[in-house]
Design a protein around this ligand. Structure first.
Ligand SMILES: C[S@@+](CC[C@H](N)C(=O)[O-])C[C@H]1O[C@@H](n2cnc3c(N)ncnc32)[C@H](O)[C@@H]1O
Length: 237
């Protein structure tokens, strides 16, 4: 496996970026990241009293949208393998102390979430660091975790196909983001890596093809002219 897709490599990258991730994520998505998270969560139409699993949850950036429709029976399970991101997520749990949130520090490919225990699975910006084999494994895990007819919605930043947007985006990714990384983190290297992942990821069309092979009904989604893309779907059996 190429080193950049090795779990240990990715885990270390996010451990290193955790202190600047929130700010950088906002800037690198041109301020769109929260809007995209909200839209991605809204695709699920979450009902009260249900169990939601947030995979590659980071510090719980999607939680304020997931927890909009909650009651005392609602359960939210966050999962991430970066110790530093999880530490920050655990602090966030204290902010939502009236909610039933559990945070797992686990690799998604070796997770302890029970079979058919989730009504919904979501993931915000957690796809680009996976290769095809890992995406296939992710589809398997989401299918295993979801109850029959359970729904999922996944999103990540993408390279837009529109010519002008593409030129601008690649310039931004390769030249501006590393400078911002040096400014906020003291080093451009981790954010250069995010650029490499995004460039290799392209958009979610490949994710769509991989998930279509599993027991899901799947739809492809473009967000803001393809600057982000994702898939949503439902388990069919
Ligand atoms: C770009 S961040 C996204 C965080 C958050 N979901 C958001 O909306 O900003 C990707 C997260 O996925 C986590 N991650 C990557 N590969 C993982 C794996 N195999 N298992 C668990 N977490 C993983 C990283 O530690 C990181 O926190």
């Amino acid at each position: 496996m190429r080193e950049i897709y090795e779990p240990k490599f990715v885990e270390k990258l996010f451990d290193n970026m955790s202190s600047s991730y929130a700010r950088m994520n906002y800037i690198t998505s041109f301020g769109f990241s929260n809007r995209w998270r909200r839209q991605c969560v809204e695709e699920l139409g979450i009902e009260n009293g249900k169990t939601v699993v947030d995979l590659m949850s980071g510090m719980g950036e999607c939680w304020k949208y997931i927890l909009k429709n909650k009651d005392e029976k609602s359960i939210l399970i966050g999962l991430d393998f970066s110790t530093e991101m999880v530490k920050r997520a655990e602090k966030k749990i204290l902010v939502y102390k009236e909610c039933n949130i559990e945070m797992l520090r686990e690799n998604v490919f070796e997770n302890s979430i029970a079979d058919e225990s989730a009504d919904y699975v979501i993931s915000g910006f957690g796809l680009k660091t996976f290769n095809d084999d890992q995406l296939e494994h992710l589809a398997f895990e989401i299918s295993r975790i979801l109850k029959p007819s359970g729904k999922f919605s996944l999103i990540d930043v993408s390279v837009p196909e529109n010519y002008l947007l593409h030129i601008f985006y690649m310039f931004y990714l390769k030249n501006v983001i590393p400078i911002l990384g040096r400014l906020f983190l003291g080093s451009p290297e981790p954010y250069k890596m995010l650029g490499i992942y995004t460039q290799e990821f392209g958009n979610s069309k490949n994710v769509f093809e991989i998930f279509k092979k599993s027991n899901f009904e799947v739809h492809y989604l473009d967000y803001f002219y393809g600057c982000a893309s994702g898939i949503k779907g439902q388990k069919t059996r």
